[in-house]
Design a protein around this ligand. Structure first.
Ligand code: NI
Length: 174
């Protein structure tokens, strides 16, 4: 397995719609394993393929309690097939937008159709943090970020802050 570099906002690849996978082969399985390793090392609870520059519709997540055994989930070509009218609000963050946390309101429960690691078609329902995380990750596959749910003033402040952060980091590595 290999730890991969996580892209940071702003980056055009984070704004690009990812392509369907269709065939789940060994290459996809290796990618899933690398993504899980990268997510756990970060540490984070979710990671989508565009965040590591791979424009494929794949994400991984694990929303199990820290003290509980890991519950890795990998979804390939995921599609929300149902969302509740009821909403819930969570403070969200993103490995591609470090140090920014904002409260975002989304449907409280969703049902997702996807292919698993073996290429089998499956459906699963999520609530709580799982529902928020799955929707956040599926958004990544469409080039959408959680800051898009904020007002434009707040979003542009975050964009400025992130550009500055990236400039400073680039200087450090010079
Ligand atoms: Ni994210």
């Amino acid at each position: 397995m290999a730890k991969l570099e996580i892209l940071e906002y702003p980056d055009d690849r984070l704004r690009t719609k990812a392509a369907p996978v269709v065939a789940v082969d060994d290459e996809v399985r290796t990618l899933v394993d690398d993504m899980l390793e990268t997510m756990y090392a970060a540490p984070g609870v979710g990671l989508a393929a565009p965040q590591i520059g791979v424009m494929k519709r794949i994400f991984v997540m694990d929303v199990a309690d820290k003290e509980a055994p890991p519950e890795p989930v990998a979804m390939i070509d995921p599609q929300v097939v149902w969302a509740s009218e009821e909403t819930s609000t969570y403070e969200e963050g993103c490995l591609s937008i470090p140090e920014i946390y904002e409260e975002i309101t989304r449907p409280a429960r969703v049902r997702v159709k996807f292919l698993d690691r073996d290429g089998a078609e499956r459906e699963a329902e999520f609530d709580g943090l799982g529902a928020t995380c799955a929707q956040h990750e599926i958004d990544h596959l469409d080039g959408k970020l959680f800051i898009d749910y904020l007002g434009s003033v707040k979003r542009s402040l975050i964009t400025q802050k992130m550009k500055k952060l990236k400039r400073e980091r680039a200087k450090e590595t010079d």
